[in-house]
Write a protein that binds this ligand. Structure first.
Ligand code: GDP
Ligand code: MG
Length: 163
């Protein structure tokens, strides 16, 4: 069985865009509206020779889960349970938000290896954009632009190393 990597984070940070880059498909719904991906969505990343892995796209984990958002949060939790590695995605343009911290708290309880992806660094000073996320205390932090396919090499290396 292939190892499993779950993409989690708030709605609209670019998880589905990242999923599309990793799986080289247009399958995941990318939408300007937050929370378009309501359940889990699977693909296979074959970008690293001999180290293929399953990628799970999830709807956004939100702080105050109610109604549809509760289902989305549940799907994300299931994805984390079945994951070997979790990629927490945050938005460089929004900066570090309280919801990012509470998602990370939940991930820490799950005890899975977790990488931090700071997405949407295009057009920003990457070092400045990354600086505030250091407060999360994660050792593996990657500035990327999923929309432009930038920063994928180091991220892929780290994912494969953590599998
Ligand atoms: P999700 O809700 O986390 O799955 O986010 P999506 O992948 O649906 O993306 C949400 C919005 O952010 C869309 O309008 C994307 O085009 C945009 N987006 C995603 N990645 C990037 C990026 O690297 N840079 C910029 N500027 N926008 C992005
Ligand atoms: Mg999505």
């Amino acid at each position: 069985m292939l190892p499993v990597v779950a993409l989690v984070g708030r709605p609209n940070v670019g998880k589905s865009t990242l999923f599309n880059v990793l799986t080289r498909t247009r399958d995941a719904l990318v939408h300007d509206l937050p929370g378009v991906t309501r359940d889990r969505h699977y693909g296979v990343c074959r970008l690293v020779e001999d180290r293929h892995f399953v990628v799970v796209d999830t709807g956004g984990l939100v702080d105050d889960a109610a109604g549809l958002d509760a289902q989305t949060a549940r799907q994300a939790e299931l994805a984390v349970e079945e994951a070997d590695v979790v990629v927490l995605t945050v938005d460089a343009r929004d900066g570090l938000l309280p919801t990012d911290r509470s998602i990370l708290d939940r991930l820490r309880r799950a005890g899975k290896p977790t990488l931090l992806v700071v997405n949407k660094v295009d057009g920003l000073d990457e070092q400045v954009a990354l600086a505030e996320f250091a407060a999360l205390g994660l050792a593996s932090v990657f500035g990327v632009s999923a929309a432009h396919g930038r920063g994928m090499g180091p991220l892929l290396d780290a994912i494969v190393a953590a599998l």
